[in-house]
Write a protein that binds this ligand. Structure first.
Ligand code: BG6
Length: 475
């Protein structure tokens, strides 16, 4: 992958504006990622964070609020907290009021004046998507996202999924962003792409020649992607009930994983080529008719879901789904591509399993299937394992199933691992778009997902299955 970190713009002072600094995303992900980058000296030397929110805070209050989060969550090296937090400042403002942005622009302009430079500026929308439209308009209108000149600091805008709630709303958002910013200024986060194991998928597929000839419909019987979680909706009932499992994790994280497993080899290992190939893979998914949705999908809801806070007592929102998709990519025509996800499952299991076809000329008898599998474990295990067959020792030729494995956590020291958000933030500062989702990818994802959601909602078919917590809806 490109190393952008030596470019001179990486060394420019950088201002990181977080809209919604007192929200959940900062608390759970962004603060930790910034702190890790700080400890590892991976942030530009001159770096400031401006929190922008409605709460009546000031710099001191913001720092003490963040300090409490760091203490409560056992961040390492508490002796560094104050030094790190000294780079945090606060600007109070309502996201929907233009003058608040003028205030922010004045503050940032003053800092640039003090530094005698036009600094890099990064605007992270850590807010509910309903506010995106107003915020991006206000950022643009107030001139905050206008770079000073091509030679000076850049400005970038970062948005989190969900990007729209269907194809039309995704298109509307895309159109608005396209009118206000250049594509290279926009970073669309799907945090799964930042996970170490996910970053490895293309390396694994395209650096091991022995995989290449067999990675297609001639040898692969099916690919299964599972995102099974032990947790329920965890206090997010109101948000979750409006979207359901398929749009929460299927439209984004799982389709991104699928894309990485079936996409063709990029011409070069550069962001545009990688994203184009990912997008082609997503565009190749067969869009299902109503009848296919009824036959090839199932949906479930865990018992007690309708009693969760914020959830409609009559809700038919799915917390589980199982979908058999097909791709029209020549290499994968006819191969079932199975997506399965559920909340309140017995154990957490996020993985991709590739099953190869039965060995055609089976010279030796074995009980059961003689099929090789690749198991790509993403979470909580971070492993790749492969099922293969070998002769049992002894006079007879008996064969048995065995496993070859590679465990990331055992192979490398703990301090080498970086979190998903840490990796993504570092790439945003470097200007590497590889791990961010393009607008084409998002629209292709919606093209596939929308008819499924529509059939479920409008025809109420297939019937919603209520499943016990700790059990899979299909058992
Ligand atoms: C989020 C979903 O995008 O991804 C959550 O909104 C889900 O419902 C989460 O739990 C899973 O991500 P991770 O990184 O915890 O596996």
């Amino acid at each position: 992958m490109h190393d952008f970190s030596h470019s001179s713009k990486f060394e420019l002072p950088t201002i990181f504006v977080i809209l919604g600094v007192t929200g959940d995303l900062v608390k759970k992900k962004i603060l930790k990622a910034l702190y890790h980058l700080y400890r590892k000296k991976r942030l530009p030397e001159r770096f400031r964070v401006y929190g922008f929110s409605r709460r009546d805070y000031d710099d001191v209050k913001l720092r003490s609020y963040l300090r409490d989060i760091m203490l409560d969550n056992d961040y390492q090296d508490p002796e560094l907290f104050d030094e790190f937090l000294a780079s945090f400042y606060y600007v109070q403002g309502d996201f929907h009021i233009r003058t608040a942005y003028k205030n922010l622009a004045k503050t940032l302009g003053r800092i640039d004046g003090e530094w005698s430079i036009c600094s890099n500026k990064l605007f992270y929308l850590a807010v509910p998507p309903a506010s995106y439209s107003d915020i991006v308009t206000n950022l643009h209108e107030s001139g905050l996202t206008k770079p000073c000149s091509p030679q000076e600091g850049w400005t970038r805008v970062i948005l989190e999924k969900p990007f729209g709630t269907d194809l039309q709303t995704a298109r509307d958002l895309d159109q608005q962003l396209g009118q206000l910013f250049q594509e290279e200024q926009i970073y669309r986060v799907d945090h799964y792409l930042g996970k170490e194991t996910v970053k490895n998928i293309l390396v694994f597929r395209f650096s091991n020649l022995f995989l290449t000839p067999s990675w297609n419909k001639n040898y692969i019987e099916k690919i299964e992607i599972r995102l099974l979680e032990k947790i329920g909706v965890e206090g997010r009932g109101e948000f979750y009930d409006k979207i359901g499992a398929l749009r929460d994790v299927g439209q984004n994280h799982m389709l991104q994983l699928l894309g990485l497993f079936i996409m063709d080899q990029p011409y070069k290992f550069i962001p545009e080529d990688i994203k184009n190939k990912r997008s082609e893979a997503l565009a190749s998914l067969h869009v299902m008719s109503e009848q296919e949705v009824i036959k090839q999908t199932m949906r479930g809801q865990y018992e007690g879901y309708t009693k969760e806070e914020g959830v409609d007592p009559q809700s038919k929102t799915e917390t589980y789904f199982h979908i058999t998709a097909r791709s029209e990519l020549p290499d994968f025509v006819g191969v079932p591509l199975i997506l399965e996800s559920g909340k309140t499952q017995k154990c957490e299991k996020i993985e991709v399993e590739v099953t190869f076809k039965e060995t055609p000329l089976c010279l030796y008898d074995i009980e059961g299937d003689q099929k090789n599998t690749f198991h790509y474990h993403i979470k909580p295990d971070e492993k790749i394992s492969m099922k293969f067959f070998a002769k049992k020792p002894g006079f007879d030729t008996e064969i048995a199933e065995h496993e070859l494995g590679f465990d990331y956590r055992k192979a490398y020291e703990k301090n080498l691992f970086i979190d998903d958000y840490e990796s993504l933030l570092f790439d945003i500062i470097k200007g590497d778009q590889t791990l961010f989702v393009s607008t084409e990818e998002i629209l292709n994802e919606w093209r596939f997902i929308e008819p499924i959601v529509q059939t479920w909602r409008e025809m109420d078919k297939p019937k919603l299955k209520i499943y016990e917590k700790g059990k899979n809806a299909r058992t």
